[in-house]
Design a protein around this ligand. Sequence first.
Ligand SMILES: [Fe+2]
Length: 338
Amino acid sequence: MGYVCFCTLNISDRLIFCHPVNGYRIMHHTGIEKVLYGVEDLNAAKKFWRDFGLSCVAEKDDLAVFSVKNGATIEVRPYGDPSLPPAACSETKSTVREVTFGVRSNEDLLALKEKLASLGEVTVDDAGVIHAFDPLGFGMAFRVASCETIETAKIEANVPGNTQRLNQRGQKFHKASPLIMSHIVYMTDDLETQKDFYADFLGFKLTDSYPGRGYFLRCADANNHHNVFLLDPGKGQRGFHHLAFELGSIHELFGGGNNMTRNGWETMIGPGRHPVSSCYFWYFKNPCGGAAEYDFDSDVVDDNWKPQEWESTPENFAEWCLGEGMGASLLPSTIQQG
Ligand SMILES: [Fe+2]
């Protein structure tokens, strides 16, 4: 499969992204369908995703595929696999190589192929998935959406004056079962160029921002607060930061986080709560690269949402949080085991 990296173009010439969707079909992308990793330690990668709560749907010596509840998948391969697209940053062996977004129809896919081809080479694989790169060299793909709509039970929480759970104990979770993959986060050293590409060229919608530091963007037909977050850490860094998964309750977030901790996985940050997007979170360092984030109760938005500009402060990153999880030595199961 041939790949052409758009970062070989003159990305400082932002004019190439300054013609919005005018003249092209409006894009109907729907969200993240698949994330492909190249990894240094395939066995560690497999254990991580199992412990994280994903279902293994395919496994070979040089490949494993895991699924979340709506059918979106994680695929992990050895980092030297020649079929993998090149990484945007070669400093780490384990990282994301490509993200696949869904679109509504074949017509969307063809229009997108034509649009991306105006910038450089686009390849199409045997399954009809189109592959390209964003301006900074992050692999991206598009296919007709195949993930299912998730239906979940009503959350039963007791509030004085509103009893939803009478004579019934609250739920406890031994581990998590993520429902969907909601967003991916990139560190970027050319924030405005990358934002222009996703927003103006691809038609992603801006939902919130840290002006000059970060942009939250959602696929045009998605209702997630963001599917892509572009973050400029201000240190010239370029690379994958984390991938987020939505859970069904705060109880599941604590149960999933405790299970990861019991299994020896290290918290990056959490549990805590983000003011932007409103969700509870818990991030774990991932042997596949970056982190994997459990989320619960994220904002759901449509075109009536009013984007807000946020000051880039620690308080606006986390309303509150723990830095290193809740402490493995304090977990009940650890105490029982002595
Ligand atoms: Fe996140």
